[in-house]
Design a protein around this ligand. Structure first.
Ligand code: R7I
Ligand code: MG
Ligand code: MG
Ligand code: MG
Length: 350
């Protein structure tokens, strides 16, 4: 099997097992003792008779895979339709409290512009939840360049998340997966990885400043323009670089103080990238366990850390126990195969 196919499978299976295992703790307010997490993920799940269910993070990831492989291209209308279908088929997968409104509006009004309903969320500021970032890994697999990753991730995020932090969180998570794919473990240059992401964050945040300025210059400050919070991800990535260069194992508390562990994209995405860079260099398993130990939005942080770490390590490095216990592993592998084929075909039209 080609090394890259192995990594495509690792990405989708990694995202899946992170979601399934993390969901056991979603919403715990504090960090979790390492022993508690490993006792659950490496011992207690052995006795599970039923498969460990996936949540909305995976449901939406699968919807993206379905759209890509059916259309054989990136198409935002088809993405929106796939999300709506998936949501109404299984609304009980643990979706964010507000995003259901977007799906209802999409279904009931069938707008020409599928990003319209998301823009009226939260009094017009749009959602800054991590729901766009949590599902984005297939977009990173499908896209051929950083600029394609950014464009597709942004479009995809806008279907549900209009707030700049929700959107940019998805773009950075997609870029992290994209940049992990060509790396050859165990040699991970964390400074280089962060520097590349810093460049992306800087560009995104400058573009946003530029567009806010244009709005003001036009003498019209839109009430629907998202709250200004300049260079938020850039700042967090800078802090991440400093923390990682301390060269010691970092207590989850320190990480949570620095990045947060909540449902906001600006917290969960840095927490996930950090889990990969800090622990994913050792193994896939450590990365996911560490992400869970941060507490808070554990399914989502572990799923995003799992996607990046799976892109880095490949599917064979994901514990067999996890693959045998989580619901939907076969489908994740099939989708990875199909997206891999699709990308191979698209190579020829370059
Ligand atoms: O972002 P979203 O899809 O939720 C994803 C999360 C993940 O943890 C999943 O595992 C699942 O559990 O949910 O859904 P949204 O409803 O758009 O956002 C999630 C939550 O973030 C909202 O329900 C709000 O509590 C909060 N939130 C906001 N609160 C105030 N103002 C998001 N945006 C805002 C805001 O602008
Ligand atoms: Mg979830
Ligand atoms: Mg939830
Ligand atoms: Mg979650």
């Amino acid at each position: 099997m080609s090394k890259m196919l192995h990594k495509f499978r690792g990405t989708l299976v990694g995202a899946l097992v992170g979601d399934c295992l993390g969901s056991n703790y979603e919403g715990v307010s504090s960090t979790l003792p390492w022993g508690e997490v490993t006792d659950y993920t490496l011992e207690r799940i052995k006795d599970e008779k039923e498969p460990i269910h996936y949540t909305d993070d995976t449901a939406m990831t699968r919807a993206i895979c379905k759209s890509l492989t059916e259309e054989k291209k990136y198409d935002n209308r088809s993405m929106a339709k796939a999300f709506v279908q998936e949501f109404f088929k299984e609304p009980g997968r643990g979706y964010g409290a507000a995003v259901g409104t977007v799906f209802k509006r999409l279904r009931d009004t069938n707008p020409e512009d599928v990003t319209l309903p998301a823009r009226s969320q939260f009094d017009g500021q749009g959602s800054y939840g991590n729901g766009a970032a949590m599902r984005i890994s297939p977009v990173a697999l499908y896209s051929r360049s950083s600029s394609e990753v950014q464009k597709n991730a942004q479009e995809n995020a806008l279907i549900t998340h209009a707030h700049i932090n929700g959107v940019n969180g998805a773009v950075l998570q997609a870029e992290a997966v994209f940049k992990a794919l060509p790396l050859e473990p165990p040699n991970l240059n964390t400074d280089k990885f962060i520097d590349d992401l810093l460049e992306v964050a800087k560009k995104l945040e400058e573009e946003y400043e530029e567009s806010s300025k244009e709005k003001e210059d036009g003498g019209h400050i839109s009430t629907s323009s998202p709250q200004k919070k300049p260079f938020l991800y850039f700042k967090k990535l800078k802090e991440m670089k400093e923390l990682l260069n301390k060269g010691e194992t970092l207590e989850p508390e320190t990480v949570v103080e620095t990045f947060g562990n909540g449902i906001r994209a600006e917290e969960a995405v840095p927490a996930a990238i950090f889990s990969f860079l800090h622990k994913g260099r050792e193994s896939f398993q450590e990365s996911v366990n560490y992400a869970i130990s941060l507490g808070g939005d554990t399914d989502t942080i572990a799923s995003m850390a799992g996607a990046i770490s799976g892109a880095y390590w490949g599917v064979n490095e994901i514990p067999e126990l996890w693959k045998s216990k989580c619901e939907g592993v076969e489908e994740a592998i099939e989708f990875a195969n199909k997206i891999f084929e699709l990308k191979e075909e698209r190579k020829d039209d370059e």
